[in-house]
Design a binder for this molecule. Sequence first.
Ligand code: ADP
Ligand code: MG
Length: 386
Amino acid sequence: MKTVAVIFGGRSTEHDISIVTALASVIKPLELTKQFHVEPVYIAKDGSWYWDQKLKDIKLYQSGEIEDFMRKAPKVHLLFDEGLTLVKSSQFAGRKMYKKIDVVFPAMHGTHGEDGELMGVLEMANVPFVGCGLAASAIAMDKVLSKQVTKAEGILSTPWTWFYSSELSHSPQKILDYVKDLNYPLFVKPAHLGSSIGITRVEEPKMLMNALEVAAHYDDKVIVEQGVQNLIEVTLPIMGNESPQPALLEQPLTKPEDYFDFDTKYMQGGKKGKTGPKQGAQGYSQIPADLSKELYKKAEELGTSVYKALGCEGIARVDMLIDSKTKEVYFNEVNPLPGGLYAHNWRVAGVSSVDLVTKLVDLAFERHAGKQEFTTAFSTSYLKQF
Ligand SMILES: Nc1ncnc2c1ncn2[C@@H]1O[C@H](COP(=O)(O)OP(=O)(O)O)[C@@H](O)[C@H]1O
Ligand SMILES: [Mg+2]
């Protein structure tokens, strides 16, 4: 049996979503395979790491008992020993518990986890891990960088511009000049945050400065985009390393006035999703999206080229904005670790949750094995001259 460490929680506004992704969409199906031994590793909101079988129980978090657990439990140490070993104090004084990890399954959303920071630690440890690597994760979680990289590959986004937040206070006129060629409505967004935090839809110039200040308050980079008209939003989960396989294009059916509300994204699914279209991890959605054959294909191809352009591996989800009149498809953003792995969509596409996690672990081993083939040792006589 292989030992999988599932890492979740973290210093992120999406801490709680990560707990549910880890427990329901990763740990449970991994255990159902009977091929893996699962070690849950929980990162608290303050950034402390804990490792204990008890952390697999959702009630621990729901009841608030987690606070009591954390007061008593030892914190985890990581040992880089040609891979990764978890270490913690045992109940016997002076003795430690060790667990060598075969593969890590990061189940983190948002800052300090999904954004490449954790992947950097895992790459340093040279342990196989599921999902996008350091560079793809970091680029995906930056709305400016991901648009710069995809633009360089000829992938279309709605017209946009960006600036450093510090520039806004020094030279506001310069920022207004950057933005003047974009047509209203505009979308002003902090570059790194998810869950629509700090985003404003700006209908007219007199609202602009306030929106810029709000976004600049949240982040060190701000992106301003021209609004896509006659909007159809679609999202495409994709899996794979060198040969990415798309699941189904999914169309969220939230009302336009609710479009950037955390509660709509995460809280209403259970109430609304009982009848009608499929209920997704983010509420109410149509799978597959109701698009003409050509438009469906165009969006599927665009999604796959974004995945490749960013160098995504394992899994990711690409969001696109479609103008239903002009039939233009625009790249919007990439989520390197889709909430709940977007298992509901994979299921409709014929991939069960068990198959999904098994395949993702296989992809992690495949990538890791491929990387070991590159030469990092290079002998020189450089040191001899000193
Ligand atoms: N350029 C745009 N044109 C039209 N709608 C947009 C545009 N950008 C964002 N939106 C709307 O705002 C929502 C949130 O923006 P998004 O870039 O996806 O940020 P988040 O990281 O919060 O998901 C989108 O799902 C979409 O409904
Ligand atoms: Mg989004």
